[in-house]
Design a protein around this ligand. Structure first.
Ligand code: SF4
Ligand code: SF4
Length: 86
């Protein structure tokens, strides 16, 4: 999920977050260590019975990839995208 078009025009960078819901074991490290708190555990379960994270505030994500750094199961990572200058 990525920031909306209006946000992209005013920000220098924004993040794209990739979540492998089925690898996740719902430990919540990514949620707890995200500096702008833009992740939450989903209410839905994955096939293993865990709640994977969801990017609930995509406009706040800057692509720092701390979520990916702290995930013990390589279930999430992010990339930082530089906004295009008009
Ligand atoms: S990339 Fe950074 S800001 Fe975005 S969800 Fe991950 S920890 Fe949070
Ligand atoms: S840190 Fe990884 S395993 Fe833990 S909830 Fe986040 S995506 Fe799932």
């Amino acid at each position: 999920m990525i920031a909306n078009e209006a946000e992209k025009k005013t920000k220098k960078v924004y993040g794209e977050v990739y979540i492998d819901r089925e690898r996740c074991k719902g430990c919540s490290f990514c949620v707890e260590f995200c500096p702008p708190r833009c992740l939450e555990l989903d209410k839905a379960y994955n096939a293993k019975g865990y709640h994977p994270p969801a990017l609930v505030r995509p406009d706040d994500c800057n692509g720092c990839d701390l979520c990916g750094l702290y995930c013990p199961d390589f279930s999430i990572f992010a990339v930082m995208i530089k906004a295009k200058k008009d």
